[in-house]
Write a protein that binds this ligand. Structure first.
Ligand code: PXL
Length: 282
């Protein structure tokens, strides 16, 4: 695959921020985002929204970071270092979503706003909750309208729209329902359509549908795949890619990360952005 352009030695790279949760097992969340950012040559900045107590077997609990600390991290970075794109992941509660949305509106309104990828993380792959159910409405009404792109998986699509995606027709219904909530673009990932040997993702901007039909990699080590897709998309958007081109790039990236996923602990292992080191001959 072709990678994103690198900055020259000593030159300030593009900056991308993740506003998300920490995974102590290092597979998903902020840790996955930062790995993808680094391997794609962007400088990663962070607003930690929650800290999970987690290993390969599941999420044992989490701690929410105080609202002023979450918004403070966004504000001080955006006003000094500057960011060319951001993504959100685990935001845990309605109050956190509201605070992040308010800060984003304040900092990024109008022309020159940085693109925002919203990965509406609701639960871990083990089904452990990462978002209070009462926060779904805040996600829909406060954050989705600010998003350049939303990237739910099929479980999240069901929670957010009530639509059970089982085939191409319901996938189309779902992407339209998501778009109606206000993001500029909506993506419905097909990776969890287990009957399919392919993994067709459907992207929609209110006018055109784009389908991305990458090879489906069959592995139980796919922890962090959704985070990695959203992180790579944010990096491509920071480089000025159009949304369809950014999603196509990110889909290729996560496919390679899935190909090199590895076992970890006694449960599910993570996708691996470290394949990028191999392709550089290290
Ligand atoms: O992959 C979704 C995700 C995002 N963020 C954190 C997580 C998980 C899944 O477990 O733990 C912190």
């Amino acid at each position: 695959m072709t990678f994103l352009p690198l900055s020259a030695p000593g030159e300030t790279p593009l900056r991308v921020m993740t506003i998300a949760g920490s995974d102590s097992g290092g597979g998903a969340g902020i840790q996955a985002d930062l790995r993808t950012f680094a391997m794609l040559g962007v400088h990663g900045c962070v607003s930690v929204a929650a800290v999970t107590v987690q290993n390969s077997l599941g999420v044992k609990g989490f701690h929410e970071i105080p609202l002023d600390v979450i918004t403070g991290q966004i504000r001080v970075v955006a006003t000094d270092i500057g960011i060319q794109a951001a993504k959100t992941g685990m935001l845990a509660s309605s109050a956190i979503i509201e605070a992040v949305a308010e800060t984003w509106r304040e900092l990024q309104s109008g022309a020159g706003a940085a693109p925002l990828v919203v990965d509406p993380v609701c639960a871990s792959m083990h089904g452990d909750p990462l978002l209070h159910p009462s926060a779904l409405d805040t996600l829909r009404t406060e954050l989705f309208p600010l998003a350049t792109l939303v990237t739910p998986n099929l479980d999240e699509v069901r929670l957010i729209t009530g639509i059970d995606v089982v085939d191409a027709v319901t996938q189309r219904d779902a992407v339209q329902a998501l778009h109606a909530l206000g993001p500029t673009w909506a993506l419905v990932k097909g990776g969890h359509l287990r009957s399919s040997s392919h993994s067709p993702d459907l992207l929609y901007d209110g006018t055109d549908f784009y389908e991305f039909d990458a090879e489906r990699i069959d592995t139980s080590h796919d922890h962090g795949a959704g985070d990695t897709l959203a992180a790579a998309t944010a990096c491509a958007l920071a480089h000025g890619y159009s949304v369809p081109d950014a999603v196509a790039f990110a889909k290729g990236w996560v496919t390679e990360c899935l190909r090199e996923a590895y076992p970890l602990g006694h449960g599910h292992g993570p996708v691996s952005a470290l394949f990028r080191l191999r392709s550089r001959g290290v």
